[in-house]
Ligand binder design. Sequence first.
Ligand code: ADP
Length: 256
Amino acid sequence: NFSIQLENKSNDELGELSDSIQRLANELNHLKTERNEFLASISHELRTPLTYIQGYADVAKRDHLSVSDRVNYLNIIIEEATKLTTLVTELMNLAQLDNNTFTIHKEWFPICDSLKKISKTIMPSFQEAGIKLVFICPKNYKISADPIRFEQILLNLLDNARKYSPRGTVTTVEVEQENSDLRIFIRDSGKGIPSKDLPFIFERFYRVDKSRSRDLGGTGLGLAIVKELIKAHHWEIEVSSEVNKGTTITIIARGE
Ligand code: ADP
């Protein structure tokens, strides 16, 4: 509900009003451009797996194919369909987070218990990647968070640590207490992020190496989702990284 009362306004007041309307118009234009760019990215991201699926389905239905070739093509189709499912799930996640009615349900719980559960979920993929995953968590620490959303944040960040680290490296999750806050460090010894890319990695669809991320099953939405979840908790997140050395993500969880 927007209404403006124009009677009895001085020239100064009218000038201010005109400036405010101009600022609003600029902001609206900016939002419109952002939305168009986002839609263009979504279309592109959806089209890429669909092109593969169409292409390989065409090849797979040919008459004179060996069984193993046909299976290979079908496997590529399944892989691309899985990527589509991940992308749609993450887009729905973001749409839900963008909605003003989104709320989190904070409660106090022992953070180590939650990390144990997360470890169980993610350990097999680290083992397969040949990366050691270590948790350092003093037993009595409690965190005030939405347990499901907290898990989602950690799983996203650990997934990145795994995707962008070579075999034989170590990823560590460490929890420290600082006054009433908890600091959660996720340290990997992977490929790192160039400093010129650091300011953008939380943007939707931003990827340092598009094709590499895509090959690894990345959508470019993981960190955008993390950013929204951190915001919903009124927490902070920091990244420091060195190319070919590794990346440290720090979550500052406020204990109000
Ligand atoms: P993606 O699905 O591509 O992994 P994210 O939003 O999770 O998308 O991350 C955005 C980009 O930030 C990634 O494509 C990658 O280039 C970079 N990145 C994120 N985490 C790491 C990490 N731990 N090490 C190196 N690069 C990372």
